[in-house]
Write a protein that binds this ligand. Structure first.
Ligand code: NDP
Length: 296
């Protein structure tokens, strides 16, 4: 049993799976089957018709779905993952999921002799294509050691964070900080443009000063100033991450008004922009309210 299965070929899952196929014998499954068939033909993988079929014969099964709820729903039923998983296999969830569901999943799989680690990623679709993702793993050290060779197909920094759920906790906090920063950078730049400072001049100075960040150094120049706003990561997914982080703060009894506010503002942006909007389009909401565009 040496094969790998990859379930969930979305914006980030597909390039991750393509890299796994270059190193391992791979079975792929996707809800919309045409995406699995197309990827399988392109990278020399096997397209499975059901999650059960994908899992059969696989030592490592990777999931990358929108939330933990979709991962858990994949387990059950005659064609579900549980029907295909065998003792000794390992489920690696690369979804940006929630810690509590992961702990429950691990608890369900353990009596079956199936391991579980949460292993969400950061680095975007470009990082997935280049194999330079950061992977944040929650789970037993022995399971981490078994997952790492497969994760290294798409990750260049693979870190064990702690027990099951801690990878998801880390990822949620990271993305909540991203959400806070996008909103703050958007607000500040909108005000500067209205005050008569050209956007590119404001960014040049900001990026040589102490307020700079990945958002100001990379995302805004490439995606906002150009007006390109490519759709690589859904706004709905970033809002979900901020919500998981807000829940973590509540669970750990840490007062978290900044992250709560980012979650709420991202919820408002979602209501205005729709389910397909990209995460950086939250800046468009700020621009519309301000009556100005951050371009140039
Ligand atoms: P997408 O929305 O592009 O893709 C979602 C995937 O999940 C698709 O394969 C979709 O299938 C599948 N899916 C959706 N609902 C269900 C369901 N009910 N049952 C089975 N499959 C389902 O998401 P991404 O690929 O962007 O994100 C996946 C995960 O990775 C998320 O948790 C996200 O937060 C995280 N992530 C994303 C990054 C990015 O840059 N995009 C970066 C880092 C993490 P179908 O094709 O049929 O719609």
């Amino acid at each position: 049993m040496t094969g790998v299965a990859f379930l969930g070929l979305g914006a980030i899952g597909e390039p991750m799976a393509a890299r796994v196929a270059a190193r391992f014998s791979l079975a792929v499954w996707n809800r919309t089957g045409a995406r699995a068939t197309a990827l399988a033909a392109r990278v020399g993988a096997r397209a499975a018709a059901t999650p059960r079929e994908a899992a059969q014969g696989a030592a490592v099964i990777i999931t990358c779905l929108p939330t933990s709820a979709e991962v858990e729903a994949l387990l059950d039923g005659p064609d579900g993952l549980l029907a295909g998983l065998v003792p000794g296999s390992l489920l690696v969830d690369c979804t940006s999921g929630d810690p509590a569901t992961s702990r429950r999943l691990a608890g369900r799989l353990e009596p079956l002799g199936v391991g579980f680690v949460d292993a969400p990623v950061s680095g975007g679709t470009n990082g997935a294509e280049a194999g330079t993702l950061t992977v944040m793993v929650g789970g037993d050290p022995q399971l981490f050691d078994r997952a790492a060779p497969v994760l290294s197909a798409f990750g260049s920094r693979i870190v064990r964070m702690g027990p099951v759920g801690s990878g998801h906790a880390m990822k949620a906090v990271n993305n909540a900080l991203l959400a806070v920063n996008i909103l703050a950078v958007g607000e500040g730049l909108a005000a500067l443009v209205k005050a008569g400072v050209p956007a590119h001049t404001a960014l040049n100075v900001l990026n040589a000063s102490s307020g700079r960040s990945f958002v100001s150094e990379t995302l805004v120049p490439e995606r906002v100033l150009t007006g390109a706003f490519p759709r690589t990561f859904k706004l709905t997914l970033l809002q979900k991450d901020a919500g998981i982080a807000a829940g973590l703060l509540r669970d750990t009894q840490v007062s978290g008004p900044m992250i709560e506010l980012a979650f709420r503002l991202y919820g408002e942006a979602r209501a205005r922009l729709g389910e397909d909007a990209d995460y950086l389009e939250a800046i468009k909401v700020i621009e519309r309210q301000a009556g100005v565009e951050i371009r140039g």
